[in-house]
Design a protein around this ligand. Structure first.
Ligand SMILES: Cc1cc2nc3c(=O)[nH]c(=O)nc-3n(C[C@H](O)[C@H](O)[C@H](O)COP(=O)(O)O)c2cc1C
Length: 323
């Protein structure tokens, strides 16, 4: 079950997803956090933020909409309390960072550069760029690349940098290309999809912030498609896949599409032990299929599809020859 995300070696392929388990502490009573792949922390910003107005959550068919708005204590308190707690408990930690400007990402990378106990930095670029009329970094190849470039340049040279992409784009491969050229070691796919729910009683948007991020099983096909497309274009680039993973079978689907590891987010809200359970279920699926090493399943869906197409073509050619 061990896997790698580029330079990160993980004994287990299931991680938490940013924003769905804070810094892990709340999940500690439910599972052994040192046994899962890693805790991916809630995206941290430079300064403390109270987030967006309430209500911040709405239930949707097979999913949920959230508009938390990157509420958090700011990087200093995060380092002093959360990162310290994770380090003291020997928990592998991926620190997610977010900013409103390229300079803010740079300061975050510089601040974390000498902190021990960080396995990788995940760069959340699904944030509005205050210097560009609020355009989301992740939706523009140049802005996405600019952020990743400064994080890469100001992080320790051996620190793996994962860029987390948004599915709210026309061509996710173009964004992947830009962040990889900017120095990302791997990709986290996908962040939430922008959505809205209108309350039929009040006849206005349900969320205080009006729009929110859609997550949960409803988005899984979109996430699997994104992983498939990016793996097809960059088969050697490590992918951390996520979006609606609730069972081992869901995680298996992401491996087949090309992910080397997965993050579990929304599922932990109703089953806090989900990362450990999903890992156990995935292990059983691999064993039942005679797949001895997890890495043998990574991208296997592409090989199976190519074989299927080749067999179809061979059959067609044989039929044509006969007639
Ligand atoms: C309540 C909530 C808060 C989230 N906060 C963050 C965040 O701070 N940073 C981030 O990169 N993604 C955040 N996400 C997105 C998740 O990490 C994940 O990419 C997405 O929800 C898809 O996975 P899931 O369907 O398993 O939840 C958040 C998701 C939810 C539901």
């Amino acid at each position: 079950m061990s896997t790698t995300l580029g330079r990160i070696e993980l004994p287990d392929p299931v991680l938490t997803a940013s924003g769905c388990a804070a810094a892990g502490r709340e999940l500690a009573p439910f599972l052994d956090l040192t046994a899962i792949g890693a805790v991916v922390t809630k995206s941290i910003m430079l300064n403390a933020r109270s987030g967006r107005p309430t209500p911040r959550m709405a239930e949707t068919p097979s999913g949920m909409l959230n508009s938390i708005g990157l509420q958090g204590p700011g990087v200093e308190e995060f380092v002093a309390k959360d990162l310290r707690w994770l380090r003291e408990h020997g928990i592998r930690t991926v620190v997610s960072i977010a900013g409103g400007s390229v300079a803010e990402y740079q300061k975050l990378a510089q601040r974390l550069r000498h902190e021990p106990g960080i396995s990788a930095i995940e760069v959340n670029i699904s944030c509005p760029n205050v210097e560009s009329r609020g355009q989301v970094f992740a939706c523009d190849p140049f802005s996405a690349g600019s952020v990743v470039q400064v994080v890469r340049r100001h992080s320790a040279p051996d620190m793996p940098v994962l860029a987390k992409l948004s599915p709210d784009v026309t061509d996710i491969v173009a964004i992947a290309k830009s962040v990889l050229e900017a120095g990302a070691d791997g990709l986290s796919l996908i962040n939430t999809l922008l959505g809205m729910v209108i309350d039929p009683d009040t006849m206005r948007p349900m969320l205080g912030g009006m729009t929110g991020g859609l997550s949960g099983p409803a988005i899984r096909p979109v996430a699997v498609r994104a992983v498939w497309q990016v793996h097809a274009a960059y088969p050697r680039v490590p992918i951390l896949g996520m979006g609606g993973i609730r069972t081992g079978q869901d995680a298996f689907e992401f491996l087949l599409a090309g992910a080397s590891a997965v993050s579990v987010g929304t599922a932990v809200f109703n089953d806090p032990s989900a990362p450990a359970r999903i890992s156990a279920e995935l292990g059983e699926i691999l064993t039942a299929r005679g797949i001895n090493r997890l890495s043998d399943a990574v991208g296997l869906g592409h090989t199976m599809q190519a074989r299927h197409v080749a067999a179809q073509e061979a059959r067609r050619a044989a039929q044509e020859e006969k007639s």
